[in-house]
Design a protein around this ligand. Sequence first.
Ligand SMILES: *Cc1c(COP(=O)(O)O)cnc(C)c1O
Length: 337
Amino acid sequence: MRSIDLRSDTVTKPTKEMLEAMFAAEVGDDVFGDDPTVNALEEKAAAQFGMEAALFCTSGTLTNQLAIRVHTRPGNDVICDKLSHIYLYEGGGIALNSLSSVKLLDGDKGRISANQVRDSINNPDDVHAPVSRLVSLENTMNKGGGCYYQFSEIEAIKEVCQGHGLALHLDGARLFNALVETGESTLQFGNVFDSISICLSKGLGCPVGSLLLGSKSFIKQARRFRKAMGGGWRQAGFLAAAGIYALDHHILRLREDHARARAIGQMLTHLPEVEEIYPIDTNIVIFRLPETILATDYVAQLGQKGVRAVTFGKHLVRFVTHLDFTDNDLEDLKKRL
Ligand SMILES: *Cc1c(COP(=O)(O)O)cnc(C)c1O
């Protein structure tokens, strides 16, 4: 039985066309700065967002952590929602890499408000409190079931940041999933954030890779830290070629993933063991089981039926749709659930 893998949108394999683009890539040595395909990807992404520069990296964890490292100084406070990937899923990297502490806010499914941010900023003259320095948002919000921000709220948060000298970072691992739903533009996002992290390895279907976007001086510092952390790479152009291909061909099709996620939501409404389904705004489906069923047991049972998923809490399960999850798989899934 072919397994249906809904653990994450990172599980996709490159398409034939993407592989051809990778094989055809002209490469150099990116640590020397002369890999033409890496440079082309970085220039393309920076232009797309109207930002000065970009840095191609191995992972979204690396791009987020580099951003936090450049924006903060030891002892600073990073303000984010309590469900943020940067806090929950990056190995304690904020403390480990940046020696900063975190102010966790209790937002609406991971989305914080301008008022919450304003109330969480410490008085810079009070020696008891860490110096607030950075606000980090996540869009779409993974732990919030793939929900996204109202752009007006982001603008209001930006205003608060500007008023208090705080930097604003976006963990945009799945930003394009939000953009294809809202019709907002990359330029709008580039205009409002000081730095943005984008994953190419998620819905966009690349085997590896993330981009960090920011000003020239910001990216120059991030490039130095990336090297110090062992993240400088050589003929990375083979991977960058996949990124260029994905930015050209795999953005609009994200809408198909969203339609399939909604179709899964419909299936789940018929299952007696499903107590709650989070609103399905993009490609993530999170559902809640009763107190009597552990998510670990449920996911193991799904595995025996050839359906792979992850637990997202004691009684929460997550499915993520992606490029390799087809309409045929959707039909099969209906029989297996
Ligand atoms: C996947 C993801 C990342 C980055 O993960 P990597 O596996 O390190 O590439 C960052 N933020 C969010 C919200 C994610 O879902």
